[in-house]
Write a protein that binds this ligand. Sequence first.
Ligand code: SF4
Ligand code: SF4
Length: 125
Amino acid sequence: MKHPEACTQCGTCVSVCPVEKVGGHAFVTFLADPEATDYSAWLCTSCHRCEESCPEGVPIYALIMEQRRHEQPPAGYAAAIEAVLACGESLQVSQEDLNQMRATWELERVTLPPPGLVRKLLSGK
Ligand code: SF4
Ligand code: SF4
């Protein structure tokens, strides 16, 4: 990825990024330091805070998506997408485990959506 000309490497995007706040290095690390190599476009939470804070109007989110289009997703992403399509959650949890967890917080029981419902809703059929 070519470093965007409009970027002055001011670091504002890094200072507002929630990923950076917890010690990760998102794509904004590269913007503030074009020599950096320890960042990942896949850590982004899509909060858009970086772009909203950038004084130079750099289209950061579009750059993140562009970077992703040129990379293979990290291991586990494909399985997580399949899980979302299958049950609506990226980390699958059984009906009973979910309600046991909820019981410890004194929350009422819930019923998970039936398998395949998310895929069906997204298909529009
Ligand atoms: S806030 Fe904007 S100008 Fe500053 S480092 Fe980030 S992208 Fe570059
Ligand atoms: S959109 Fe991504 S890179 Fe930008 S602040 Fe949010 S998590 Fe960080």
